[in-house]
Design a protein around this ligand. Structure first.
Ligand code: IVH
Length: 667
């Protein structure tokens, strides 16, 4: 295919993929299947790789994210990003209305909107292209998270229709409940701390350094505020309708209200209906519709005079605490769980509530038989908020955290600085052993789909498997006679074990279940270290030199490899030919010419972006590092090179190269 043909094909694929993205993510009505979509996307990516000069920054391929780390730069907001003042009662809403009516004589309308509970974002579009996405930050300036935001499929990279040449649009980035639940399940499986609520999960995700992980998290976004000079209407709701026609996702649940009674109707209706929404809302925003009147009323130091937030009360119910059970996870962490008299809360029957750790029990001074108030934390996981002391019976027994493991009777330990108790019997405590096996077979690890939790239980009960390496030594005859396992299941088990030998190193590493080595850390380690032997031989300093690997992770890795049993397990798994090295795909232009070199990039460049430069360095075996030290091999200097970097490089006598000189090195 020549350049002109490629150009036509890229244009066609981009348009079609944009349209399908819009149908799927904004209108929620896909019209093609995932497979066809992926095929077209693959073709586009291939063409753009072959003709890099045809890669447009708004191309739908840019939404898949990149594995490169980006450091967020701060960017000033053109219009300050203020928050809203909150009200909690209808009385306060009435007072707001009276305040506004004192400030103006004209007749006006309100718009009521849902208050989405995520993280706010400001998007700038120029000539129909998304050019920048900035978080709220301190209101004056925020983090430039454009590359992460580009992965959010409901945010258009390119607009349609009759849009203003330049404007900003603000909204909320959200993590739908279903995605939140799935992420937390995964985090628990891999021993990571689950997110406390959807808001933290959304903002945590948006700030991730790795945009391909962001892409996998499936964020969504609703937009609610258009700003600019030449906007097509002076009504807020009308502007939102225009924005919908340009391709933005705008909530349909927005309504004009003439007076406070109509506002109250909206509040009552949505306090109930919001429970059916796929995303979290924590209130209603009441705004004056006329943007002209908005301007007239202006802002106080902290918030607009023309809008207010009404916050929903989190629903609370009272019930009786029957008992506390203790669950032991894969890592040995012991989590207390309250067993409650079943009670209806926000549409679901609640029987259990999380107690997190000993401190929570102690702070609530919980006693068995207490009448407790339960609330859904961030509307998801129920938690105990308080105890109704007037209902406490003098005979109610205080709850003391257990001192021995409920599963294996080992004395529990609580390390300094940790809130959790752990069962230290990592090699004998049944739920820890089974938990490790379950983690090993899970989809994100070795993906041994012929085996599920029930099979693990069966194999464990029959003393066939205790260690993950035992799985690969299972023989047909060992398992055929087990109850509930038919011939078909047996062959599926053996086949999926065999298939798992092709799983790449990064996932094998994650599957080993080293504490604090979650999916992302495993990926980073595999990329930087390339083999298990190198990781095993690494020192604390070598590990912490890798971006994203902190002291806690490094210590955990080092102590894991000090354990003879872990080393034996790796030797056994190696004999079964699992991948313990990173397979290097040979890419076009790849060399080893920069191998062993640590290169710092500073400033901006005319013909190449910093991301591209980073890719180039890595493609040629070099390492791009962010700060200059005595170990730095070169500083690649662009325009507006940071003065402190320059000074440090000169002091340490680090050679300073231009991009051209760097390119010469790889020739
Ligand atoms: S309007 C000048 N509308 O709530 C005020 N905000 O404390 C512009 N939010 O920072 C904000 N849903 O993150 C507006 N429909 C909505 C909203 C909304 C959620 C968030 C936003 C803002 C915070 C206000």
């Amino acid at each position: 295919m020549d350049q002109t043909e490629a150009e036509g094909r890229i244009k066609y694929l981009s348009e079609v993929l944009d349209k399908h993205n819009y149908n799927y993510y904004v209108l929620n009505s896909p019209i093609i299947d995932d497979y066809t979509f992926d095929q077209m996307m693959d073709e586009l990516i291939r063409l753009e790789r072959n003709f890099p000069e045809l890669l447009h920054p708004a191309s739908p391929s840019q939404r898949v994210g990149s594995d490169l780390n980006s450091e967020f730069k701060q960017f000033p907001h053109k219009y300050q990003m203020l928050s809203l003042s909150n009200t909690y009662t209808e009385e306060e809403v009435k007072e707001f209305d009276q305040r506004v009516r004192k400030l103006t004589d004209e007749d006006f309308e309100y718009v009521c909107e849902l208050k989405f509970d995520g993280t706010s974002i400001s998007l700038t579009y120029e000539n129909g292209l998304l050019i920048r996405a900035v978080t709220r930050g301190d209101g004056e300036k925020g983090d430039d998270v454009t590359s992460n935001v580009k992965t959010i499929k409901s945010i258009p990279l390119k607009l349609k229709g009759d849009f203003p040449a330049e404007f900003e649009i603000r909204g909320e980035i959200l993590l739908p409940f279903a995605v939140f639940d799935a992420i937390n399940l995964e985090r628990e499986e891999s021993g990571e701390q689950p997110f406390a609520n959807v808001r933290n999960a959304a903002s945590g995700t948006l700030k991730l350094q790795n945009s391909s992980v962001v892409a996998s998290r499936k964020l969504d976004a609703y937009l609610y505020y258009v700003l600019g000079n030449n906007l097509p209407d002076d009504g807020h709701l009308e502007l939102l309708k225009h924005a919908a026609s340009w391709g933005f996702k705008i909530s349909e649940h927005t309504r004009k209200c003439k007076n406070v009674n109509e506002i109250f109707d909206f509040l009552h209706e949505w306090d109930i209906r919001r429970k059916d929404l796929p995303v979290a809302t924590d209130g209603v925003v009441i705004k004056i519709n006329s943007t002209r009147l908005q301007q007239e009323l202006g802002f106080t130091a902290k918030s607009p005079r023309w809008a207010i937030a009404y916050k929903f009360k989190a629903e609370q119910v009272s019930t009786v605490l029957i008992s506390v059970s203790y669950q032991v996870g894969r890592t040995g962490a012991v989590t207390p769980v309250a067993n409650l008299e079943p009670v209806l809360l926000s549409g679901t029957v609640v029987k259990r509530a999380t107690l997190h750790n000993e401190d929570v029990i102690r702070n609530l001074d919980l006693h068995i038989g207490d009448v407790v108030f339960v609330e859904k934390g961030g509307e998801i996981i129920p938690k105990i908020i308080s105890v109704d002391l007037s209902e406490r019976h003098p005979m109610n027994e205080r709850i003391n955290f257990i001192s021995r493991c409920p599963e294996c009777d080992t004395m529990l330990v609580r390390e300094e600085g940790e809130s959790a108790y752990y069962c230290p019997n990592t090699k004998g405590c049944p739920p820890q052993l089974k938990g490790k096996l379950e983690h090993f077979i899970s989809r994100k690890s070795m993906n041994i789909d012929g085996i599920g939790s029930e099979t693990i239980e069966l194999l464990f009960q029959n003393n066939l498997v205790r260690d993950v390496a035992d799985l690969y030594e299972l023989k047909d005859k060992d398992i055929t006679n087990l109850e509930r396992l038919g011939e078909k299941s047996v062959s599926r088990i053996l086949e999926s074990l065999e298939n798992s030998k092709n799983v790449p190193f990064e996932r094998v590493l994650f599957a080993l279940g080293i504490r604090y080595v979650g999916e992302t850390v495993a990926k980073t380690l595999a990329r930087e270290m390339k083999s298990i032997d190198r990781i095993a031989a690494s020192t604390f300093v070598e590990l912490t030199e890798i971006d994203e690997i902190g002291g806690k992770i490094a210590e955990s890795i080092i102590s894991w490899f000090k354990d003879e049993d872990n080393l034996k397990r790796i030797e056994r798994l190696k004999k079964h030919h699992l991948n313990f090295e990173t397979q290097v795909e040979s890419k076009e232009g790849q060399t080893e010419k920069l191998k062993g070199l640590s290169i710092v990039i500073s400033g901006t460049f005319e013909n190449i972006s910093r991301e591209e430069l980073k890719t180039f360095i890595e493609l040629n075996g070099g390492k791009n590092v962010s700060s200059i030290s005595a170990k730095t091999s070169y500083l690649i200097a662009g325009e507006n090179l940071g003065p402190s970097k320059l000074e440090k490089a000169q002091k340490l006598k680090i050679p300073i190269l231009s991009v051209d000189e760097l390119l010469q090195l790889t020739k």
